[in-house]
Design a protein around this ligand. Sequence first.
Ligand code: PSU
Ligand code: MN
Length: 304
Amino acid sequence: MKDLLAYAPEVAAARAAGVPIVALESTIITHGMPYPQNLATARAVEAEVRAAGAVPATIAVMGGRLRIGLGDDALDALARTPEAMKLSRADLAVCLARGATGATTVAATMIAAHLAGIAVFATGGIGGVHRGAEQSFDISADLRELAQTPVTVVAAGAKAILDLPKTLEVLETFGVPVIAFGQDALPAFWSRDSGLRAPLRMDSAAEIAAAHRMRAALGLPGGQLVANPIPAEAEIARAEITPVIERALAEVAAQGIAAKAVTPFLLARIFALTEGRSLAANIALVLANARLAAAIAREIATQA
Ligand code: PSU
Ligand code: MN
């Protein structure tokens, strides 16, 4: 279909010149953080990517088109639209066909990045297997997307609100490499150490880029998950965040929150219960992920 993808001028110029590009998601803006911190963070993340020598492409659906890169006006408008649809693989086409406004999750951002020829994507934390999934069947579509769409996703591990051992098991079943960056432990979003060992470890952007290229050479579908630990000065230790998470999870159960509403509800409650500390941590980890993603994108471009 003609002009389904709408490139921001900065992204179009980068594509033409072969400058590395990093995709960024937008659900973190509309459903992951409150206004106005969401807008300030989105801008800071874009600036971080530029400072690290790549061009940012924040992805969203607006006006019936899949936007690859948002200008500052569009970013501002989206940050004030908490009622935007939360788009995963299942909703992307419906939102586009309706001409509605939608924010892309990890899954939908991977699809868009791949359509736009972008190899690397930075976010905060991917969705995964929720606790109690054996009853609720709540397993994020992000996991299946990692299994089938060839984009390297840089996150701070999976969110600690999830069942991390089950999330690792599903990723292994789906053939997704889970690579801890610079340490053996799997990071757990707000904390550097989940208490679990990551299946794989790499210590440089060049190694991650080489593995990305090798998957393509082998014709393997699917992406890589790079789990980048939150900077030490911003982390909330596991012992401190665990009771907060448990309290928020109890509220999810008591209030019957389900499906797409679970993750945004948990994040908002944890922000409130930590008096904003978890939000500051979330912002710091996304910035760190943007820097690493830019380094990987640059390596992929130079190795090509
Ligand atoms: N990272 C963050 N905050 C977020 C998310 C990621 O720091 O809000 C979003 C991503 O868009 C991810 C989604 O895909 O949470 C997972 O939602 P669910 O658990 O409903 O699949
Ligand atoms: Mn879910």
